[in-house]
Design a protein around this ligand. Sequence first.
Ligand SMILES: [Zn+2]
Length: 176
Amino acid sequence: MNKRNLKFVLLLIAAWCTMTLVHESGHVLCGWSCGGTLQSADFLPWHLPYSIFEPDPHPLMTLWGGPVLGVLIPLAVAWFFRSKELWFIAFFCVLANGMYLAMAWISGDRYLDTPKLLEHGAFPVTIGIYCLVTIGFGYVGFRQQCVRLLSPPPSPPVSNSLPLSVENHEIHSDHT
Ligand SMILES: [Zn+2]
């Protein structure tokens, strides 16, 4: 595996860990700020992270906290530091959060965010707009970042002047 591909794989792993961590932290931050009491939480990225608030006075805020902050925080960090690696991670988070809400909606699993949002009174149209915007914007941005990371570096500009070795080479026309 060449260096560029290895960097791409490592960035994908970093993006996945960032996505799960920031998404779940978004639920926890919103749950706490709305007066909820966190009973248990799991942030490990290799299984589906979760957080349980009981009581949770504003469950809709807690539930929206994950997908909303999970998108806004990585975008803000990438915008602030203006690094292409951070933009890659940020657009991955945007796309993944949109895909997650859309797939959770289709699956209907009541432990996932979308069925819980609907159960607590979120408008389906709001969730639909969230999915459309994040999947559309995330797909375009993430694709662009993939192309940027995987395309070979630009070759150095071709110089018009002759190389030094040729310029300094004296043509001998000594016929004596
Ligand atoms: Zn969530």
